[in-house]
Design a protein around this ligand. Structure first.
Ligand SMILES: C[S@@+](CC[C@H](N)C(=O)[O-])C[C@H]1O[C@@H](n2cnc3c(N)ncnc32)[C@H](O)[C@@H]1O
Length: 218
């Protein structure tokens, strides 16, 4: 067994991007608009990862989905597109300006009717949700120091078979020698997940690292 995955060169990264399914005009418009933000654009979910999220949402037949950290709405569009008939997505976003941008983009992409954006600290929004295991799909992509707490709030509300996708689990590679608060929190969570008996999980080398957590039992 080789421990070395195929290195992702710039050319191969472009090749992956070129082969991400479903990047229609609405999504490309959000990509272009977000790119104009300069360095902040790095916060947008990678297009191939967003395509993967849509597929996951479809595979679990999700009707109730939650996103923590919405930014310009790119990932939210794809999650919303994957929802089963009658499904809905709750987005948690701290910044009212990003929430307004996401709202415009979600509406323009034709999925605004199935998405609610709650503005404020995600922890308050999550804690206010019913304490029942009803969430089919969740995507965690916000402030890293909050991840351990968001994880608890989300896993306890996932229905058996429900899926949580956690972004940036590599922190650009810094999890190998965590120093700042966010990276320490992420590395701690990465270590904790495989020990959590309520779930099974897999860490994927996609973009900045994506962990999938599937709720198995209580
Ligand atoms: C990496 S971006 C999200 C990208 C988005 N998921 C996408 O698909 O492009 C992180 C977002 O989390 C938001 N955020 C940061 N701290 C937060 C908090 N405490 N509660 C809710 N949202 C927060 C930021 O304002 C930012 O929009």
């Amino acid at each position: 067994m080789s421990l070395e995955p195929t290195p992702i060169s710039t050319e191969l990264a472009q090749y992956i991007l070129d082969h991400a399914g479903g990047r229609d005009d609405a999504l490309r418009q959000v990509e272009d608009q977000t790119a104009e933000l300069g360095f902040l654009a790095i916060m947008q979910t990678a297009p191939e990862q967003a395509a993967f999220l849509e597929m996951l949402v479809r595979l679990v037949g999700a009707k109730q989905a939650v996103e923590v950290g919405t930014f310009t709405g790119y990932g939210a569009i794809r999650i919303a597109r994957g929802l089963a008939e009658g499904g809905s997505l709750l987005c948690c976003e701290l910044d009212p300006d990003w929430a307004a941008t996401a709202r415009e983009n979600l509406d323009a992409a034709g999925v605004g009717d199935r998405v609610e954006i709650r503005i404020g600290p995600a922890m308050e929004t999550l804690k206010a949700l019913p304490d029942q295991p009803t969430i089919d799909f969740a995507y965690l992509d916000a402030d890293k120091t909050g991840y351990p707490n968001y994880y608890e709030e989300l896993v306890s509300r996932l229905r058996p078979g429900g899926l949580l996708a956690i972004d940036n689990v590599f922190m650009g590679g810094a999890v190998l020698g965590p120093e700042d608060e966010g990276t320490v929190a992420m590395a701690g969570l990465n270590d904790r997940i495989p020990e959590d008996e309520r779930v099974d999980s897999v860490m994927l080398g996609m973009a900045d690292g994506l962990t999938l957590v599937r709720r198995t039992s209580d």
